[in-house]
Ligand binder design. Sequence first.
Ligand SMILES: Cc1cc2nc3c(=O)[nH]c(=O)nc-3n(C[C@H](O)[C@H](O)[C@H](O)COP(=O)(O)OP(=O)(O)OC[C@H]3O[C@@H](n4cnc5c(N)ncnc54)[C@H](O)[C@@H]3O)c2cc1C
Length: 453
Amino acid sequence: MALRRSYDVVVVGAGIMGLHTAYQLARRDRNLNVLVLEQGRSLGQGSTGYSTALLRCLYSLDGMVHAASDGLIVHQNWSEYTEISDPAGRLTPSPILWMTSETPETLEAKVARLRKFSHTPSVLSPQDIGTRFGLRTDDLEPHERFLCEEGTGYFDPTGALTDLKDACTRLGVQVVQNASVNQILTNETGTAAQGVWFNKSDGNNARANSSPPTPSSASSSSSSSHTDDSNPSAWLGKRRASTGETVHAGAVINAAGPWSMRLNVASGIPFPWRIEPTRVQVVYKKSLELTEEQLARIPCTADESNGIYFRPQLSSRQLLVGTILPEEESEVVVDPDECVDYVDQERETRYISGLLDRIPALAPRGAVTGFSAMYSVNLDDGHPVVGPHPSIANLFHAQGFTGHGFKIGPVVGSMLARDITNLSLPTFDATVDPAFFAVDRPPHRIARVSVLA
Ligand SMILES: Cc1cc2nc3c(=O)[nH]c(=O)nc-3n(C[C@H](O)[C@H](O)[C@H](O)COP(=O)(O)OP(=O)(O)OC[C@H]3O[C@@H](n4cnc5c(N)ncnc54)[C@H](O)[C@@H]3O)c2cc1C
């Protein structure tokens, strides 16, 4: 379909945030002209395609518990939300077990926080954990207790993107791939967004033009790290080499994931948060020695003493492992186009030994694969930044989701769509207070920026 000269809304980035937002706009007003521009040849090349997509609801702050709970409702009712009878994205039910040390008081506070949002968590003894899940617990004290979220699970992130793109297209949203936005354009005084300048990718953007790895095709290596190409004007210069197009927009949304800060800088947009693309490493271990039933019994688990989280990947008979150590999610990627895709050997060894330690039925043999991916870490308070720009009219942001964005994608889409249209919906609309995420909010008080936040 040919592009128009002017749109009501242009969304930069067809990750989970961009697509939920476009869909939530179209759900509210089918007469809106909405354009989504995606630099990748296919969907899922940013954070979303690599996401573990756990739908946990336990967070330190009520605002995140609230948003995650709203998001869970959407994921539990995905077919109704997308209005697709046989969607590609599916929720795999699984408890989420927190093997983290707690005092009776902190445990009670966490249970109360979840109950406040209508969840019904269990509190388990080491013996319960061994019996119910088959995990090793002899390193735990018999009197210790652990929180287990019930009624949740994990989702298929690439299926979600496929469904959302279909749902958007059905409602008349134009989603254009291979279209890389160079700049968000503002008026002469820089006080209002007016459109975007974009062009077709030149094919040099290796990550943006490759497909995210399927678990079995992912790579593992230990060669050197990313290159240094941090200068935004150099990046802009590279892209100016090809001809570009501009479209006018009534509103522009920066949902460019790990590239979002670079787009702000290239567009001369002041932004009050330090958000950095950050490398994270995930490993998959083939687990054929476990029966399908044994594998399905393993819960999504945060294992503090081994410094890992893990969950089953039933479709490929694998276990997925990642880190919960803050120091292992602090490697800033200077140029998101150049983030390496392999797993460091020592990281792989650490993850696998933690997994073998916790799951006695697992054998050391079995193919191990993995990948590096990026997410955007908000160094100031670890929480997302969503909403209108404080001083530039018609400009909106969805940035800084760290390892928590997938589950709250529908909520972010709702908040932005409501900001832009002033319309609410009777179903699948966010009930969380947008002030919790606002661009001009003060930083939340947190003990430490961490994936467990
Ligand atoms: C390994 C890993 C595990 C995770 N686990 C979880 C989890 O268990 N639970 C959870 O809730 N979240 C998890 N997350 C986080 C979650 O996946 C992200 O927060 C979320 O996907 C962010 O979505 P996004 O749309 O902001 O970014 P992205 O998915 O990165 O989308 C941004 C899109 O913008 C495009 N783009 C960028 N620049 C431009 C440009 N200039 N022009 C056009 N297009 C552009 C990119 O190509 C990309 O497709 C995980 C993330 C990773 C990497």
